[in-house]
Design a protein around this ligand. Structure first.
Ligand SMILES: *Cc1c(COP(=O)(O)O)cnc(C)c1O
Length: 350
């Protein structure tokens, strides 16, 4: 793996904001425990430093998607509970046991496979998402002992959606069927659906990382700050186009700054002609298409002092919110973070 210590761009993770987001969610969750979902390298932020910072403020349960992610997390945090959403295949049973990972069993087959294993497991029941989990109508056939029963909400970010109520009713039935076993239902958005959805453990992901889980909400603190620097500024005459395709033409003369971040860094190409960055606290637009390694921004209106090579450019942070970037790209904050998290940036933890 290459190192980017001298990179033009820095992916800053503000661990204190992360911790404050965790404590806020834990406070919202009333009596339920607050776990943390750190799959996909903690949504691109880096599973090791993120998980340690969360454990430092009391988080004791973590969820990953894959067994391999669980093994990586175990090497960082020897004492926490690590759940694996995707469950376990036969070839992974011994790895789970060795690294004390708790698989979330998603089918009657997985439940059967684990019955001969003397180690804890969780159970996922599908109450309406129609994705992973034992179908709700097969619950009576489940036999076994579990440390946690979970389900996942399909429409938690849309509070008025009828599916929430149906899933809630089924979860209440699960609580009877698996009396005495901790029940976990709410993701980030589910926490904001209200206390009825909290049960015994909530498991937020995106909100920890500064994504507001419900449209129009502004409660989460930005955690990631992505900053780069202008590598070159050029004058573009009226009528001349900028970048690939030659369609970004203006009737005015412009000053165009080139910034060394592109779609190969997870800066979505859908932001072509739409994205915004902040320079010296002023928001300026992306002009033309996002290239693999570069974007071009219009700095015409900025003070001359800001139109300089070396000038800092914020692509994500306090002035450029992840939710706004996602909206402009026609996607969700999760995709923005997981994409940029794999970019050619040096990651810095503050
Ligand atoms: C990813 C995931 C979560 C976390 O969801 P957020 O919306 O990021 O809070 C919770 N539960 C399951 C099953 C997941 O796959």
């Amino acid at each position: 793996m290459m190192h980017w210590q001298d990179a033009d761009s820095i992916f800053e993770v503000r661990l204190q904001a992360l911790q404050q987001n965790y404590l806020m969610l834990q406070g919202r969750a009333s009596t339920a425990d607050c776990a943390a979902v750190v799959k996909a390298d903690a949504y691109g932020l880096g599973v090791g430093p993120v998980s340690k910072a969360l454990a430092d403020v009391g988080c004791a349960s973590f969820f990953v998607a894959h067994v391999e992610e669980g093994i990586e997390l175990r090497s960082v945090l020897p004492d926490v509970t690590i759940f694996v959403f995707h469950g376990v295949a036969e070839r992974q049973v011994s790895l789970c046991v060795e690294h004390r990972l708790v698989p979330v069993l998603n089918s009657l087959e997985q439940v059967g496979l684990w019955r001969s294993v003397d180690a804890p497991a969780a159970l996922h029941v599908d109450t309406g998402m129609e994705r992973l989990g034992v179908p709700f109508d097969q619950v009576e056939r489940v036999e076994g002992d579990f440390v946690c029963v979970m389900s996942h909400l399909a429409c938690a970010d849309t509070p008025e959606h009828a599916l929430n109520q149906l899933q809630l009713e089924r979860c209440l039935m699960l609580r009877e069927r698996f009396a005495g076993i901790p029940l976990s239902v709410a993701n980030s958005a589910g926490i904001f659906l209200g206390e009825a959805y909290h049960f015994d453990m909530v498991r937020p992901g995106c909100a920890l990382y500064g994504v507001n889980p419900v449209l129009g909400m502004h409660m989460m603190q930005p955690v990631v700050r992505l900053v780069s620097h202008i590598v070159q500024v050029r004058s573009v005459e009226a009528g001349a186009s900028v970048g690939y395709g030659g369609d970004a033409v203006s009737e005015e003369d412009r000053r165009i700054a080139v910034v060394p971040v592109g779609y190969a860094d997870g800066y979505l190409r859908a932001l072509s002609g739409k994205g915004l960055v902040s320079i010296g606290g002023v928001t300026v637009p992306i002009v033309g298409r996002v290239s693999m390694d570069l974007i071009t921004v219009d700095v015409t209106g900025l003070d001359a002092g800001l139109q300089q090579a070396g000038q800092e450019v914020e692509l994500l942070g306090e002035h450029v919110l992840v939710d706004d970037v996602a909206h402009l790209a026609g996607t969700i904050g999760y995709e923005v973070l997981t994409g940029l998290g794999k970019g050619r940036f040096s990651k810095v933890y503050i």
